[in-house]
Design a protein around this ligand. Sequence first.
Ligand code: SF4
Ligand code: SF4
Length: 444
Amino acid sequence: MLPTFPGGMHVHDGKELTKDRAVKAATVPPLVIVPLSQHLGAPCEAIVKKKDAVKRGQPVGEAKGFVSSPVHSPVSGVVRDVVAAPHASGGKVQSVLIENDGKDDPFPGVDEETDPGGLSREQMIERVRAAGIVGLGGATFPAHVKLSPPKDKPIDTVIVNGAECEPLLTCDYRLMVESSETVVRGGDLVRRIVGAKSLILATEDNKADVAELLRKTIADLRIPDARVMVARTKYPQGGERQLIQALLGREVPTPRRRGLPMDVGVIVQNVGTCHAIYMAISRNVPLIERLVTVVGDAVAEPGNFRVRIGTPVRSLLETTGFRTDPQAILLGGPMMGAAVYTPEVPVTKGTSGILVLSSVIDAEPRDCIRCGSCVKVCPARLTPLDLSLADEAKRYDLAEAWHIDDCIECGCCSYICPARRPIVQQIRHAKAALRKARSAAKAG
Ligand code: SF4
Ligand code: SF4
């Protein structure tokens, strides 16, 4: 019996649409938009100005504070401006607009090979920080912070997360197929940095071929104390808490108790993050590109693309072409993705997928029939129906008392609800209202 976690559900994964399509390089656009906030934590500050010449990989935004992350120019060219530009979050975010000169000249030092064996733990963490690496599974938490657990939280296990449970997305799968060596080496570097004994490469049983490939890579590279673990395919298996519980049987304390994987001796890093960590430490490559799955019934050529950060979605979709007029564009997958209001928003470090749809079903929500399905599937063991009703009644105090902060916004409750209640959207709304109330209370 394959390991799994309580709750969650089986959804048609639709991965056959893109999983066998090899990664292609997307066209690098004439203008890139590099937001100064692409991560959890403090936004960075621009360190270039209008008309400055920049090289590929040159820092253009400096991190402000420990929980922050620098950003780099993905092209060589000239800074057109530093202005507020459309962003996937829904509003505008201060961004560096760079005109691409097409030369791709690297910033001095970028692409230079280094033997990681000669670097100390601190030097490796600094390389990861300076390269602007954040969690590429969607969380965008600065990687150097995760690699620096306090001394009283010893780490015994590193899990490289290749579950990719979100339906339709296959960029992590393609990365494992095409670059298994850098993924495994990156995971091994993470283990070395945090001083853990065990390294686990985790995936789901709908990717059995990749599990075999990872086993072979571990053997070929002679990586000690490393193994591949395969969990049962179930959504949201890729959630850190869910993966740790499934593979190790350890329960991470809830967000409301400020619990983190390090509290149970574990660090989880997405496969893309491990690849990026390897590239930063051993080749001095900053995070200026990522793999993105483009899929949906309005797309002519779905597939996986290597995309420079800052590429407008419109430009990427010109590469894939349309079968029909798109009615909605979501960044991310169908479960956790968010609709964007304009295709001018750029691909950022957290963009794992672009879903382009030819129609949108706008069903009218009905009254809750108390069927209990949402409670059954909730992996955070909440009562989503109560949270939904609390939001409707604007009783955010009740939502808080019913542990809304533990919700991981996986969307299982909305998906399963026969009354088509937009539960996860209501939860996000209530969380935002609570955040506002808390900061108002803090400000006095
Ligand atoms: S979105 Fe939140 S409340 Fe709904 S099933 Fe997921 S964790 Fe539970
Ligand atoms: S799934 Fe929908 S209808 Fe059923 S209890 Fe939850 S909110 Fe109510």
